[in-house]
Design a binder for this molecule. Structure first.
Ligand SMILES: Cc1ncc(COP(=O)(O)O)c(C=O)c1O
Length: 479
């Protein structure tokens, strides 16, 4: 069993050799010196290296193998972005530095804002959001404030499709909105007649329709213009969850589709590491008539210098300390510069890869919506479930083959769902390897189901007793 680093500690062991002077430099006033040594593990450099290497070997990351976690866009994160984000000029900059001393960082943020405005078609942008869900919250706060300022406080309801990501109703709910579910039709798209009836039943009470396009089934909402018209004719705003922007970059924009507010997940589409790899960023873009509602400060440029602008008439205030997760912003901007006019190619390749996998896999697993998909698609493990193997077990068996499982049991409208998003950074060979393994697992359901039920066999942590863990949660490391 892996020891924690404190258990490896040996009194007096050190990883670096410093002189007394280096430990206590002359310029440090006596009164600020520690009286007691900090409680740190005492290990040699090589032991520290071994410890963290061992931990990282237990982890699975996109550098380990295909990571087709649907809706999460686990594409390769270029290392040059990391390198540039850790430049001294950025890392040594204090967020409270005066604007004139931080022109480089402000310029980068301004340029990023401008690029994202172009990519989304929106008129104004804030970079403050620290994740997709945080962007949603910011967007919903804007919706709420907009109707308050426009004397329509009775608009207290938000319509969200039944296929939506859980953060959508959660964000709307956190802002005090009542969430109304609109059904999907048999094509996996918003049921327009149901949407119309919801507006009829809730006259002047709907504040916004919150949509993801392509939706979480990986399908493009063909009636998006109709949906936008219905929302706008009824005085509501249209909100775009940009988690799936990787399917449409350079091809179309949320603004062209009729959206008024958009959040982006820079940590998905724009290749900043996320999950265990780092924090996120959820910029929010708005149409012109909403720009006065953005959180402050907005990064601005007067033709000579870059500055933080605070005097927006109807601002919702501040949603995050300082300017957001700056290092993520740097990584996203580097990615946009690297891609240049090839952003569109990234989306096209992501769509091609998803369609390739879908066509190859549909022989072995059920495909509830058998149509061209965008950057991801959703299979159902119903056929395997009938033979006693659930989607969860297929996911665990995949780990034995060094593939990260797809997103499972989401969206909720597909039973035994497996949501697969390969992204554009995977080669055909890798996709073929994945198909091969998925095919083998499908065959194993008939030939050796016990082997699937006891999977994973090759991972550092084997099958855990999830029910027991949930019912008798024990967070102590040792007795
Ligand atoms: C469709 C969709 N919307 C919103 C989110 C929330 O984004 P975040 O995890 O960055 O908060 C996700 C995350 O996976 C998502 O897939």
């Amino acid at each position: 069993m892996t020891q924690i680093i404190f258990e490896k500690s040996i009194n007096g062991m050190t990883g670096v050799s410093l002189t007394e002077k280096e430990i206590i430099p002359d310029y440090l006033p006596q009164q600020f010196l520690r009286k007691v040594n900090p409680l740190l593990p005492q290990v040699s450099e090589i032991e520290a290296m071994r410890h963290f290497k061992e931990l990282s070997d237990k982890n699975f990351c996109v550098e380990s193998g295909l990571y087709p976690l649907g809706s999460c866009t686990m594409k390769y994160n270029p290392k040059v972005s990391e390198y540039l984000a850790s430049s001294e000029g950025f890392t040594n900059l204090h967020p409270l530095q005066q604007d004139e001393d931080a022109q480089g960082a402000l310029e980068l943020m301004y340029r990023l804002q401008e690029s994202l405005k172009k990519i989304t078609g929106m008129d104004a942008m804030t970079l403050q959001g620290s994740a997709g869900a945080h962007g949603e919250l910011c967007g919903m706060m804007i919706v709420k404030h907009y109707f308050k300022v426009n004397n329509q406080p009775q608009r207290t309801k938000v319509i969200i499709p039944d296929s939506a990501h859980g953060t959508n109703p959660a964000s709307a709910g956190m802002c005090g909105f009542e969430v109304i579910k609109v059904n999907s039709n048999d094509k996996g798209q918003v049921d327009i007649e149901h949407l119309k009836s919801l507006f009829l039943d809730n006259k002047d009470r709907i504040a916004a329709v919150m949509m993801t396009n392509p939706n979480t089934l990986g399908l493009f909402e063909e009636k998006i213009s109709d949906i936008a018209n219905i929302a706008h004719e009824n005085g509501a705003l249209l909100y775009y969850d940009g988690a799936n922007l990787n399917a449409i970059m350079g091809i179309t924009t949320p603004r062209k589709m009729g959206f008024d507010i958009v959040h982006l997940n820079l940590h998905k589409t724009f290749a900043a590491p996320h999950g265990g790899g780092g924090p996120g960023a959820g910029p929010v873009g708005v149409a012109k008539y909403l720009q006065e509602f953005l959180p402050v400060p907005v990064i601005s440029y007067d033709g000579e210098k870059y500055f933080r602008k605070y005097d927006l008439k109807n601002t919702i205030g501040k949603i995050k300390e300082f300017q957001g997760n700056f290092s993520v912003l740097v990584k996203a901007y580097v990615y946009i510069l690297m891609k240049g006019d090839r952003l569109k190619q990234a989306s096209e390749d992501a769509v091609l890869n998803a369609n390739y996998l879908k066509e190859k896999l549909k022989k072995y697993y059920d495909l509830p919506y058998d149509t061209a998909c965008m950057h991801e698609f959703v299979l159902s493990g119903n056929r395997q479930k009938a033979k006693g193997i659930h989607t969860l077990e297929i996911a665990k068996r995949l780990m034995d083959y060094k593939f990260h499982p797809p997103t499972v049991y989401f969206p909720l409208i597909v039973p035994e769902a497996m949501m697969i998003e390969p992204t554009e950074t995977e080669s055909k060979n890798r996709l073929d390897d994945f198909v091969c393994v998925m095919k083998e697992i499908a065959a194993e359901v008939d030939t050796n189901p016990q082997n699937i039920l006891s999977a994973p066999h090759n991972t550092p942590v084997k099958r855990v007793d999830e029910t027991n863990a949930a019912r008798h949660l024990d967070l102590r490391y040792k007795e």
